[in-house]
Design a protein around this ligand. Structure first.
Ligand code: FAD
Length: 393
């Protein structure tokens, strides 16, 4: 098999890239999942809060993409309840997130790309080996039936998320001194609840994590993996190296969070579903890697994700689009093409990198016990929520 651009990963970064790439290029998207098969998408759903913040909403607006109703998930909420277990305080803030069904969202984006004549999607295929020379790239994939295939292309793009195999290849081959972003292990549980919670929750407890934990209400419709009904997600991003620290292992810390929630009146002993994923947390300098020569990285594979909130969907879509723009008027046969695309990509990524740097500066205020305590005490930007609308569970 041969393609001009081989994209490993059909999540938001890979899907937007494939959809926006020049129609003159033959594009192949390889994904382990089956995002084009409606009956499989929920079983293979990416572990995610499924919240579109203003940047993701702005990117959808920029791309001219109205969100289909089936992606929108009940309830839509405009309140964040921030609970500071360290300082024993809580505040409410007004926010405009959009609650979405992440499985439907990923499927919708990849279907847009798959509808293009120049785009082919290879589902249920895991890419496991990469080789780049000055002339071409070679990707080996394992298919569902256990067979293997070798794919040749002019360019390789790693849009394969936080645990990117393409990035590992890039680091090993060209950047052995690369300073990885801090890695967090996130665990997320779905808990059934009688009525939808009227807020999103952000919880801060340093005995659990130096990052944060969350609760997100979700109403599941018929036809998914879970029985239809109201749920809330309870999740936490815990330093992956916790085993070595005094605070206990990832699992012990998550249990501490369960204890926190129980103490607040939540019934969190019997999750209906549990999932997990890695989250990268960029540091101020050098945690973003865009690839080398004929190999490019985008989305979370490149380290593009908010260090203050873990919001990564907008960064994924924006970087996918930025890379597609960088391929404009490029001929794969041109030996100067890799350098030309790289130059444009670096330029197109500058606003995303700046945004991450600004969020890196914001993080110590949000996550330092003292500054957060001062912000909570000042009640700046917080709002009052009437007692009768306050439901614990
Ligand atoms: C617990 C949690 C909660 C989050 N909540 C939010 C949120 O509410 N809002 C938000 O904006 N962001 C959130 N994020 C971050 C967000 O999910 C990611 O930043 C975003 O999904 C990155 O998109 P991507 O396309 O770069 O990668 P991904 O969405 O991870 O997609 C990567 C794709 O590559 C495929 N793949 C991986 N390896 C291979 C391989 N070897 N061969 C073939 N296919 C492969 C995968 O199947 C997947 O489809 C959350 C993350 C976590 C872990």
């Amino acid at each position: 098999m041969r393609a001009d651009v081989i994209i490993v990963g059909g999540g938001p970064a890979g899907a937007v890239l494939a959809w926006k790439l020049s129609r003159k290029l033959r594009v192949l998207v390889i994904d382990k999942r089956h995002l084009l098969q409606e009956d499989r998408i929920h079983a293979e759903e990416k572990c995610c809060g499924g919240m579109l913040d203003h940047s993701a909403q702005k990117e959808l607006a920029h791309l001219g993409l109205p969100l289909p109703q089936k992606i929108v998930m009940d309830p839509q909420i405009f309140t964040v309840r921030a609970i500071d277990f360290d300082g024993r305080m809580e505040r409410y803030y007004q926010r405009n997130y959009m609650n979405i069904d992440r499985a439907e969202f990923d499927s919708w984006l990849l279907k847009l790309a798959a509808a293009r004549k120049n785009v082919k999607v290879l589902e249920g295929a895991s890419a496991y080996s990469f080789e780049a020379s000055s002339e071409e790239v070679i990707v080996k994939v394992r298919l569902e039936d256990g067979s293997q295939e070798e794919i040749h292309g002019s360019f390789l793009v790693g849009a394969d998320g936080a645990s990117s195999a393409v990035k590992k290849y890039v680091v090993k081959r060209w950047n052995p001194k690369f300073r990885e972003p801090k890695v967090y292990a996130s665990i997320q549980e779905w808990h059934p609840v009688k009525e939808p919670l009227p807020y999103y929750g952000a919880m801060f407890d340093r005995q659990v994590t130096d990052y944060y934990s969350w609760i997100i209400p979700k109403t599941v419709k018929e036809g998914g993996v879970l029985p239809a009904g109201n749920y809330f997600l309870m999740g936490s991003a815990i330093p992956a190296d916790s085993r070595e620290t005094a605070g206990g292992s990832v699992k012990e810390r998550f249990e501490r969070m369960r204890w926190d929630m129980t103490s607040r009146g939540f019934d969190v002993d019997h999750p209906a579903k549990t999932s997990g994923a890695m989250i990268l947390r960029p540091h101020m300098f050098g945690s973003i890697l865009t690839g080398r020569e004929r190999v490019f990285l985008c989305g979370e594979a490149a380290g593009l994700i908010s260090p203050s909130s873990s919001e990564g969907i907008s960064f994924a879509m924006r970087s996918g689009e930025a890379l597609a723009r960088s391929f404009k008027n490029v001929s794969p046969a041109d030996s100067e093409a890799p350098a030309a695309v790289r130059k444009k990509y670096e330029k197109n990524l500058a606003p995303l990198k700046l945004s991450i740097a600004i969020k890196c500066l914001k993080s110590p205020i949000m996550y330092g016990k003292l500054p957060r305590g001062l912000v909570f005490r000042s009640r700046a930007l917080s709002m009052k929520v009437l007692k009768k609308t306050e439901r614990w569970n």
